[in-house]
Design a protein around this ligand. Sequence first.
Ligand code: NAD
Ligand code: IPM
Ligand code: MN
Length: 348
Amino acid sequence: MSFNITYLPGDGVGPEVALAARKVAEAAAEKFALVIAFHEFAFGGAAIDAHGDPFPPMTRRACAEADAIFLGAVGGPKWEGGAVRPEAGLLDLRKALGLYANLRPIRIMAGMEVLSPLKVERARDVDILFVRELTGGIYFGKRVEGNEHASDECAYSREEVERVARVAFEAARARKGRLASVDKANVLATSRLWRAVVSELHERDYNGVELSHVLVDAMAMKLIERPAAFDVVLTENMFGDILSDEASVITGSIGLAPSASLGGAKAGLYEPIHGSAPDIAGQDKANPVGAILSAAMMFRHSFDAEAPAKAIEDAVKAVLAAGFGTADIGGNDGCAAFSNRVAAHLAA
Ligand code: NAD
Ligand code: IPM
Ligand code: MN
């Protein structure tokens, strides 16, 4: 089997962590005799600089034709206030490929609880899968820009809610059987629709899953108070953006968290959940673990290859457990050195 990966390094630390993940993915492919090929295209701020467009036609075509898309990160101060922002390219990519389900696993590896800003007993056994709706809500509603007045519409259809809820219920069924659906149904109409659709689907097809509805403000609190109580967490687009950044830090650093965005299209999109981290860009300081674990998700979800996915995850665990890591988790390695260790562990 051979797989073509459209490779979008992007901006800031994006190219650093994407390269790290690429090296590890290539080592895993070699070990398991899979043929993978990375093809680089301009995306985000880098593409604005080169082509005046964050998602140029060539990149768009390459994404549509790929078996998977791997992204570093986009954005940065350089493009703020410009006519078009790098982030618009990312939203366009997600929408164009119909990638409505964003999986963001937040897991504390055994023995790594000391990295958490929470007390060890609270951090122990945290293993949450966020399922974030990714192509609807306030990100994609009608937007009015203005100096005196501005608005962002938040809209959801029944179908948009149901298809992502189904992904979350299926995941819960395959895990510990618990789903927490997050909304703001005490205020928002979209949240009341959300809650109704999730409840109906639960009754109809998933009554074996234990479902709870949690208001988003309380969820922000409960994630800190008792993070190990959660299994799968389903959210609309913006609530999931915010809560997954919050949850990632429970594991020690946002740099540890991976993601997969899946949907109707042939290819999935794989990227760490963090941004371009302009404050540490170009210094070989970025933690590549989130990007490397995103590559593991790519093997699992787009190549149907569990063994290399597991091997990458085990190699990351082994290198972290041996005490290596980047500065954000108290280690002495640079981004490149850490990823070389993971690749070497795979090759051994
Ligand atoms: P950020 O995630 O880039 O950084 C937040 C903080 O976390 C910073 O202190 C940064 O140094 C740290 N951090 C992030 N990634 C890290 C890593 N791998 N290792 C160690 N530390 C890490 O968020 P921000 O600063 O709010 O945003 C910067 C830019 O990134 C903005 O332009 C934003 O729009 C963009 N962004 C892009 C994506 C994406 O491409 N998917 C995601 C989030 C933000
Ligand atoms: C993320 C980012 C993006 C989002 C931005 C850059 C559009 O924060 O991937 O989490 O809000 O979805
Ligand atoms: Mn985000």
